[in-house]
Ligand binder design. Structure first.
Ligand code: ATP
Ligand code: MG
Length: 429
């Protein structure tokens, strides 16, 4: 029989790796919540129409990357390829966008049928934020500062911030005409996809990943000359706020993003350490989307972070130590086992955050110590018949140096509190 495997491009995350993921996610969420964003949990499956109407019919995502299927009622459903569409759908459905400001964040798996490679998967994970009801560049700047804080708390250095403005709809129409004229002049240099896009969605061509198109794209007219006064002021305002906050950025006039709903501000955080998959975070403004999906016109801005790519950039946190228990409780003999069962629960009650594995399945001292060692625990807590009779526990360090000591229960609690606290801090410094 053929061995069962996970679906191509969809990966398990195993311990101790999961501990790194958890640490990364907790730090990001803490940063996001420091700006008052609140969590929203959204379905993984939505009506296909939602993505076609928001991301755009003529985008890579909707044309060829979505996991689309009919359910048993015959409805066309899709696994979400991103989080913004669902968030806006929820906002309209529950009426929480109207006449007020909202700051929301979400996290979870996204699905795109792309060619799997390092940093590009078919199931991947994002943490994203969306802000509604704020039209000015101040919230764009806030989100960029929030990103900066995230890189800071994760200890990631060397990311480059690229920004651009896509203007508003009339600006884009005017630009589109000029762009199409330019691309027509260089028809011969376009690939099949670009030729098709020329008729359907020419701006997409600027986002082409085909290196052969680079020269034509480089030579294309820049968006800037087409910006309306309002869009230009917005962009200038954003740059002023970034300067004021000491955030370095590069203006990239070719930055268009792979989704159709963006207007005005777009930005990406890019690294040179991940090859072609260098964008770790992308976002911008999408003032037209709420109305486009049937709600009342509402300004909005957001970004999404690709967690697999960020995980590649994390400093050397010690996964083994992050994932391992603090202590392993060894007990030999009927009386010792009885005592240690109660002890384990009392320690978990009294030592905040303690990770304690209590031995299950009997075994000699030797066998239990072997398990303790394999568990990765920092300490063994040992109860033999003699200790049980006196209500004492032997604490024996399993890693590094340190003498073993016999403690009564209250001294043990105090000792564990100190060690657990110190250990959490050490692992990620
Ligand atoms: P790319 O240009 O790399 O294809 P994108 O423009 O399609 O990215 P977005 O839809 O804006 O990306 O998603 C935001 C972030 O999510 C990206 O910057 C990236 O970090 C991550 N991401 C997108 N697609 C994938 C994928 N298939 N696998 C892993 N991460 C991804
Ligand atoms: Mg993509």
């Amino acid at each position: 029989m053929k061995k069962l495997q996970s679906v191509r491009g969809m990966h398990d995350v195993l311990p101790p790796e999961t501990a790194l993921w958890r640490e990364m996610e907790q730090r990001i969420v803490a940063a996001v919540e420091a700006y008052g964003y609140q969590e929203i949990r959204l379905p993984i499956v939505e009506h296909t129409e939602l993505f076609a109407r928001s991301i755009g019919e003529v985008t890579d995502i909707v044309e060829k990357e979505m996991y689309t299927f009919r359910d048993r009622n015959g409805d066309s459903l899709s696994l979400r390829p991103e989080g913004t569409a669902g968030c806006v759908r929820a906002g309209i459905q529950h009426g929480f966008l109207h006449n007020r400001q909202q700051r929301l964040w979400y996290a979870g798996p996204m699905f795109r049928h792309e060619r799997p490679q390092k940093g590009r998967y078919r199931q991947f994970h994002q943490i994203g934020v969306e802000a509604f009801g704020m039209a000015g560049p101040d919230v764009d700047a806030e989100q960029i500062l929030l990103c900066r804080r995230i890189w800071e708390v994760l200890g990631i250095q060397g990311l480059r911030l690229e920004i651009n403005s896509l203007g508003d709809l009339p600006d884009r129409r005017a630009y589109r005409e000029r762009l199409v004229a330019h691309l027509r002049e260089h028809r011969d240099a376009l690939d099949a996809e670009a030729l098709r896009r020329l008729e359907t969605n020419p701006l997409r061509i600027l986002d082409s990943k085909n290196p052969a198109l680079r020269p034509v794209i480089e030579a294309a007219p820049a968006f800037h000359e087409f910006l309306s006064k309002a869009a230009r002021d917005h962009y200038e305002g954003l740059k002023r706020l970034l300067d004021e906050a000491g955030v370095a950025y590069v203006q990239n006039p070719r930055l268009v993003r792979g989704l159709d709903y963006y207007n005005r501000t777009v930005f990406e955080w890019v690294t040179d350490r991940l090859g072609a998959q260098g964008t770790v975070c992308a976002g911008g403004r999408y003032d037209g989307l709420v109305e486009q999906l049937g709600g009342r016109s509402t300004p909005a801005a957001g970004f999404a972070i690709g967690l697999e790519r960020v995980a590649e950039l994390l400093p050397d946190w010690d996964a083994e130590t992050l994932a391992s228990p603090d202590a392993y409780l060894v007990a030999v003999g009927a009386e010792a086992e009885r005592f240690s069962r109660g002890l384990a629960e009392r320690l978990r009650d009294q030592v905040p955050g303690l990770r304690l594995v209590a031995n299950c399945g009997d075994g000699s001292f030797k066998a239990q110590f072997k398990r303790a060692d394999r568990s990765g625990a920092a300490l063994a807590l040992v109860v033999g018949e003699e200790e049980a009779a006196r209500g004492m526990v032997t604490l024996k360090p399993l890693r590094g140096s340190g003498e073993q000591v016999q403690l009564d229960e209250s001294a043990l609690v105090a000792e564990l509190r100190t060690r657990v606290h110190a250990r959490r801090r050490e692992n990620t410094e």
